[in-house]
Unconditional design. Structure first.
Length: 616
């Protein structure tokens, strides 16, 4: 297909919706769309499909094929086929959405007990294929590969290869791919950069469920406080809202998230922008997919300014309580309601994992250069503090592990709300190409550190006085040199979720290593293994009497007898469980095979007697 065949309508669509302003560059006598160093190839009809992303959830397959721009006279319908009993069978058709050139497929009543070869077809020549995997419910260990910050250029260098990432995902045979944000850094030309993302990672994306969470750079701005879709009017968008037009944001989210399971609360926000927060159950792991920034309040004009930027606090003597202003939102009530419901639903789930753009604290002290100390950053999920604590209180009710990115700096934190270590653990993966550097470097050593651990670990307060316990930080060198990727602490992560033991192992790898090589080393502090039950085990709690069951691994729920509040719901391991609980209160304990529908104790308290539970 020669781009000279584009209709005026198609060209105008690209100009308007992607703000692409493409330059038509002559190359070998043919025209190619070019945007900075990103070129939309002059593809032939047999190559118009760039890549495809998919998920399978609750017997529904959703797959989005990403196409190159089509000629005006080309078909605007794509077809999806699977190989069944040795024959190719069409299972769906999809209209190509010209505003972004995506073809979203949906197939209900999907048989997820078998793998299927698939292919997306267009016209009479184009074909792109991969494998729809079977639901790995028979596997003890589910591996989730994590990436963030897919910057195209590293300082002084051009584009860098992603082949080491592709090879390592294949070596490990990861079950799920998780891109936590900033898949695209071109603020005005998402489409061309998104195509390049697909060309870079398509070989692994096509064969496994993939989740991409659009973050600030994906929607064309340096930071994002979405504030339910308002229009931002400040440079840097610190007043809240979106800098790009709503149609641009809609196209970005359609490209990156339309293959997600259906949103649990699909009501749109301002400018017609949709939502995608939902859950994905795969391999008996129930993933909550959250939107950190979509509802979050912008700080400009709402909080006392403590530096040259409204979102950066440079004054170390400021009062953290002064910025936790009334009405400031983090996740928003709609997402908190979703988490509370999700935390109680353990059907086909053995473990719970929350996926989001970034972690619930200020995860770095130094930004940009080694002398760039920043006391607190409101672009982090450490602010607003009330919203941060509300999110953690909801997530710990499910003993949810948190997997995220965005900070450019790999860290492991155990979060606290009322006391240190009374909430969930988080793993923030390092950037793929770490152009903008950050360091975790507290001015005082952490308390209660593990023997031999660095002084930056242990019980600490972040810049907003949030309680955090650090266990690892992959700080870059203070003066990066030589191999830029290695000195900049670039890398990626794997999380291994063992559904039999309920252990969670975090791995953090540098770039350009072979993870199967016994001599390859992870960043200091990794790997680290925790228990699922460490995600809600406050140091001040005691234990109720042991429960023994006549069924394997039922669901247990703990309820405060006086207030009626559900403290937690969790699927146990085996035929016994010792519930943790606050001291000095009484509790109702409910148990069931898939949902806690049987009251077994009405006035349970710490130190109480053991109880045998009959469910059959």
């Amino acid at each position: 297909m020669n781009l000279r065949n584009f209709s005026q309508l198609a060209i105008c669509s690209l100009l308007l919706l992607f703000a692409a302003v493409p330059v038509m560059a002559q190359q070998n006598g043919r025209k190619r769309q070019k945007t900075n160093d990103l070129v939309i190839p002059d593809v032939q009809p047999s190559d118009v499909i760039c890549f495809a992303l998919y998920t399978v959830h609750d017997k529904t397959l959703k797959l989005t094929a990403q196409l190159y721009p089509l000629a005006s006279d080309a078909s605007k319908t794509a077809r999806l086929e699977i190989q069944k009993d040795g024959k190719w069978v069409e299972v769906a058709q999809a209209a190509v959405i010209e505003q972004g050139w995506t073809a979203p497929f949906r197939v209900e009543n999907w048989d997820d007990t078998h793998p299927y070869n698939y292919r997306v077809l267009h016209g009479t020549e184009a074909s792109y294929g991969g494998i729809i995997r079977k639901n790995p419910v028979d596997k003890e260990e589910i591996v989730v590969a994590g990436f963030t910050g897919n910057s195209i250029n590293v300082s002084h260098g051009g584009d860098i290869s992603r082949q080491d990432l592709i090879d390592n995902v294949n070596h490990v045979d990861a079950d799920v791919l998780f891109f936590s944000g900033d898949q695209v850094y071109d603020h005005n030309r998402h489409y061309a950069a998104w195509l390049k993302f697909g060309r870079d990672f398509g070989d692994i994306i096509k064969d496994r469920p993939t989740l991409c969470l659009p973050d600030d750079h994906d929607v064309g701005q340096p930071n994002l406080w979405g504030e339910s879709g308002k229009i931002s009017t400040l440079s840097g968008a610190a007043d809240g809202g979106y800098s790009q037009p709503g149609v641009y944001v809609q196209e970005v989210e359609r490209a990156q998230t339309s293959h997600f399971p259906d949103p649990v609360d699909p009501q749109k926000i301002g400018q017609g922008i949709g939502v995608y927060f939902t859950n994905l159950n795969w391999g008996n792991i129930d993933f909550a997919i959250l939107e950190d920034r979509k509802f979050k309040t912008g700080p400009a004009g709402r909080v006392p300014k403590q530096g040259p930027r409204p979102d950066h606090i440079r004054n170390p003597d400021y009062d953290p309580a002064s910025v936790d202003v009334d009405g400031a939102i983090l996740l928003g009530q709609r997402q908190l309601d979703f988490i509370d419901s999700w935390a109680q639903d353990w059907k086909s789930a053995k473990m719970k994992v929350a996926l989001s753009q970034t972690i619930f604290c200020g995860g770095a002290h130094i930004h940009g250069t080694a002398n760039g100390r920043l006391h607190a950053d409101m672009d982090s999920n450490g602010w607003p503090q009330t919203g941060r604590n509300n999110a953690l209180r909801s997530l710990r009710k499910a003993f949810a592990f948190h997997y995220a990115g965005d900070q450019h700096l790999a860290t492991i934190f155990h979060h606290g709300v009322d006391e240190h270590r009374d909430a969930i653990w988080s793993f923030c993966v390092p950037s793929i190409a770490n152009l903008y550097l950050r360091w975790w470097d507290p001015l005082e050593p952490g308390e209660n550190r593990e023997p031999g651990s660095p002084e930056y670990t242990g019980d600490l307060l972040d810049g907003f006085d949030n309680k955090v316990t650090n266990y690892a930080a992959a700080n870059p060198e203070k003066m990066p040199a030589g191999d830029l990727l290695n000195t900049r602490a670039a890398g990626f992560g794997f999380v291994r979720l063992n559904t039999r033991t309920r252990q969670i192992t975090m791995e953090c790898w540098p770039r350009n290593v072979d993870v199967t090589d016994p001599s390859a080393k992870q960043y200091p502090g990794w790997p680290r293994t925790i228990s699922q039950f460490d995600n809600y085990n406050p140091p001040s709690w005691g234990q109720l009497g042991e429960l023994t069951f006549d069924v394997d691994s039922p669901v247990v729920q703990l309820i405060d007898s006086k207030s009626g509040e559900i403290l937690y719901t969790v699927r146990t391991v085996g035929k016994s469980f010792v519930p943790g609980a606050p001291k000095g209160k009484t509790f109702i304990v409910k148990v069931g095979t898939d949902s806690p529908d049987t009251v077994v104790l009405k006035d349970a308290k710490v130190g109480g007697a053991a109880q045998s539970v009959q469910l059959n």
